[in-house]
Write a protein that binds this ligand. Structure first.
Ligand code: PMP
Length: 367
């Protein structure tokens, strides 16, 4: 995944290639907004980045006041879901700088999603430079590092006005942001479902089209109606192997080993997942990436060998799971306040991402 330096260097080299037109708001809406208290995604920052692909080329991006876009009802993003997105965060360092965490990985994943949906890729330099310019402009929206972060939502979608089912040839890239408060991820109960699948071989589970999330909603809703916080997804063929947990990758601690499902093509390659694996290995843990059967987990739990289970993702970083229901069996984990690995992974990652700990991996991009 890494190639950190290369990405940063090429970004510098290509910096001059993109002239970004900027139209500032007359008055910032940030005044009076309690950045870490507003409900998640309820108040957007002042500006958004907008770039259009047409006539076979990306046009120069612009930064404009955040607001609605005039769009035809015929666009194929609406009709056929030709739409991809990413999720990232910017943190404020103790010195006051803005920090991005491995943002080139999001740019590359967006382009892998684009390729899967026969969409045009977004030039990495345009994405990263445009994003940084947007963050410089909306600096005041980024909360203090120990209180919260700025959530960043890039989306790439077709604006092709055509009802024919075909690869689109006009797109928008938009990037908008909003502030949110860091929260303590309370341990959750999850339901392993055999009724619905999130992904299957040859499908789109390893990328991020909006449609993946639309078709998962009913499973999530039914899990919530049954008293669980989210679904634990099993593989699409045998409904036997654990793949993901809600919109997070999943880890287990068994005896003195950490295990996580191997990236099989049906699992989203999470940037938090990759970072957690590296951090735990470098801290001396054995981390295995392999197939994990739900029946194996039931048996390990029966033997008292299953110590921790947690999800990983950009928003919550590390989310403890306290109970997994599979058919009529409950896998109840030991109390989360006794865990070692999940808090260690979280603290190490958050330390680097917020600039409070050294960054030996070159993961942090300082704006
Ligand atoms: N799995 C799914 C299905 C997701 O949507 C996400 C969030 N992007 C993740 C895992 C975690 O990925 P990341 O660590 O890159 O946020």
């Amino acid at each position: 995944m890494a190639q950190t330096r290369t990405a940063a260097a090429s970004t510098e080299a290509e910096r001059q290639r993109h002239t970004i037109r900027i139209q500032r708001v007359a008055h910032s809406r940030a005044e009076g907004v309690e950045l870490t208290k507003v409900p998640f995604s309820s108040v957007m920052s002042d500006h958004m980045l907008l770039a259009e692909y047409r006539d076979g080329a990306w046009q120069e991006p612009s930064i404009v006041p955040y607001g609605p876009l005039p769009l035809s009802p015929a666009i194929s993003a609406l009709q056929y879901g030709i739409s991809a997105f990413e999720g990232m965060k910017a943190h404020r360092s103790p010195a006051g700088d803005l920090l991005l965490f491995r943002p080139w990985e999001n740019a590359r994943r967006l382009n892998r999603t684009a390729a899967r949906l026969a969409m045009q890729p977004v030039p990495e330099a345009m994405f990263l430079e445009g994003l940084k310019e947007l963050l410089r402009l909306d600096d005041r929206w980024v909360p203090p590092g120990d209180e919260g972060a700025l959530y960043i939502r890039p989306a790439l979608f077709s604006i092709d006005e055509s009802i024919r089912v075909k690869p689109a040839d006009r797109f928008y890239l938009v990037i908008f942001t909003f502030p949110f408060g860091s929260y303590f991820a309370a341990p959750v109960d999850v339901l392993a479902t055999e009724k619905y699948v999130r992904a299957f071989p040859g499908g789109s589970g390893n990328v991020k089209p909006g449609g993946n999330y639309a078709t998962a909603l009913i499973a999530d809703q039914e899990a919530r109606d049954a008293g669980f916080s989210m679904v634990m997804w099993l593989d699409g063929l045998e409904h036997r192997y654990v793949e993901e947990c809600g919109v997070m990758n999943v880890f287990f601690v068994l005896d003195d080993r950490v295990i996580t499902p191997a990236l099989s093509g049906t699992i989203l390659p999470g940037i938090t997942r990759d970072s957690v694996i590296t951090l735990l290995r470098d801290a001396g843990h054995t981390v295995e990436e392999r197939r994990i059967g739900i029946d194996e987990l039931v048996e390990l739990h029966r033997q008292g060998r299953l110590r921790e289970c947690f999800g990983t993702g950009t928003a919550a970083v590390v989310s403890p799971v306290q109970r997994i229901r599979y058919r009529d069996t409950d896998i109840a984990l030991p109390p989360a306040d006794s865990w070692q690995v999940a808090p260690e992974a979280r603290n190490r990652l958050v330390g680097i991402a917020t600039g409070r700990a050294p960054d030996p991996y070159g993961w942090v991009d300082r704006i």
